[in-house]
Ligand binder design. Structure first.
Ligand SMILES: Cc1cc2nc3c(=O)[nH]c(=O)nc-3n(C[C@H](O)[C@H](O)[C@H](O)COP(=O)(O)O)c2cc1C
Length: 369
């Protein structure tokens, strides 16, 4: 997949036995397939009947990215992998189906900065009241509803459980895909996607972006490289970052946000963070050994701190108790040692209040993602 390729996820939003939803989705996908292929766009389908989410059963707010259940992690991976959405939805009692609202509510960051289009169907109003209701919800999740839409009146366009296309209807579906693709590509920088932004960092040639699937193999190598030093400093090989596999790292992206720094294209640093209640947990701050000592670690730490949600009261992290170099970097950044029950054996936890030295501690240009 090249950096210009797009992945569109078509969500079938009804689940009842005998539903029309899959027939509408099938018509839409067939109609746009060849245009999609020639526009480097992959179209996948997520049928909410197969996704089979229960009613929201995660204890943490989805904005934390901290998920307890495998069904949530699976849904998170599916939605995170998409660049844009087409929601194929009926209208139930002048609104969207409860199963669609539930599927939206399960996640948060995975939806953000991606365009969404609607293919609706129903009786007199062709499902448009369902779409109006859904738009109010999707904007809260930072999805961007586009103007193009398809609205099918069942009596006009569905016979024997199948959509009977027309020139106008097929053209509306194709126009929708074109507009969706244009907006998805334009929003790419907001998603921290395929377009890394030059970073105003401590040395020249740095770019910073949120980690993507194609960063993970290189990230694994960098992590192992960096944690060899930790193993030596702390006299142990029993360190998770040395044991983790590529699959482990990939799985971690459902609960953690990762950022990568490249210098002239080479991955030289990374960090990850996630919210836990009102704490912002920062971890795996790593800088390639040959790039250490030039300020990249402090700068990236400050960047990660700046990504904390508004309600954060403090940032917290831990490191090996003999990792003197790390500890002094954190102390220089305003962290102090804190005793907590959940600190792993052989480690020290350090914390820093959200305000204080945090705000603007290291300058980074607005727009760096
Ligand atoms: C619970 C329920 C509520 C409905 N409410 C509406 C409605 O408000 N407006 C409408 O046009 N059709 C309504 N319908 C009819 C649906 O548009 C029609 O049954 C459609 O096939 C539903 O989509 P599905 O077959 O994928 O479930 C309703 C159907 C159901 C089952």
């Amino acid at each position: 997949m090249s950096s210009n390729d797009l992945r569109v996820l078509v969500i079938t939003a009804s689940t009842r036995p005998g539903r029309l939803g899959p027939a509408i989705t099938d018509w839409f996908v067939r109609t746009v397939r060849s245009d999609a292929a020639s526009d480097a766009t992959t179209v996948d389908v997520a049928d909410l009947a197969d996704i089979a989410l229960p009613l929201l059963d995660e204890p943490e707010h989805p904005a934390s990215g901290s998920y307890q259940h495998e069904h949530t992690r699976r849904w998170s991976r599916t939605v995170a992998a998409a660049d844009a959405f087409v929601v194929v939805t009926p209208e139930y009692n002048f609104g969207m189906p409860a199963v669609l609202k539930n599927a939206f509510d399960f996640l948060y960051h995975e939806w953000a900065w991606k365009p969404v289009a609607f293919v609706s169907y129903g009786n007199t109003s062709a499902g448009t009241r369902s779409v109006q209701m859904a738009k109010q919800v999707v904007t809260t999740l930072r999805m961007m509803p586009i103007g193009a839409s398809v609205a099918l009146r069942i009596a006009d366009s569905v016979h024997d459980g199948r959509v009977v296309g027309s020139t106008a209807l097929d053209a509306a579906a194709r126009t929708l895909l074109v507009e969706l693709s244009r907006v998805a590509r334009a929003l790419c920088p907001l998603r921290g996607g395929n377009d890394p932004t030059d970073a105003d960092g401590p040395v020249t040639g740095l770019t910073l972006r949120e980690a993507q699937a194609d960063d993970m193999a290189e990230l694994l190598v960098l992590q192992r490289c960096c944690w060899v030093q930790e193993a030596i400093a702390n006299d142990t090989l029993d360190l998770a970052p040395l044991r983790e596999t590529l699959d482990d790292l990939r799985a971690s992206t459902t609960t953690w946000r990762w950022w990568c720094v490249r210098r002239d294209g080479r991955l030289v640093a990374a960090v990850r963070a996630r919210a836990h209640r009102r704490a912002w947990l920062i971890g795996r701050l790593m800088v390639a050994p040959d790039q250490a000592g030039n300020g990249i670690g402090s700068w990236l730490l400050s960047y990660a701190e700046g990504q904390a949600p508004g309600e954060t009261t403090h940032c917290t992290l831990f490191t090996g108790h003999r990792s003197t170099r790390n500890i002094s970097l954190y102390e220089r950044a305003g962290y102090t040692r804190t005793a907590t029950d959940d600190t792993p054996a052989g480690s020290v936890r350090l914390s820093k209040p959200r305000h204080g030295r945090l705000a603007g501690a290291v300058h980074h240009r607005a727009g760096v993602v």
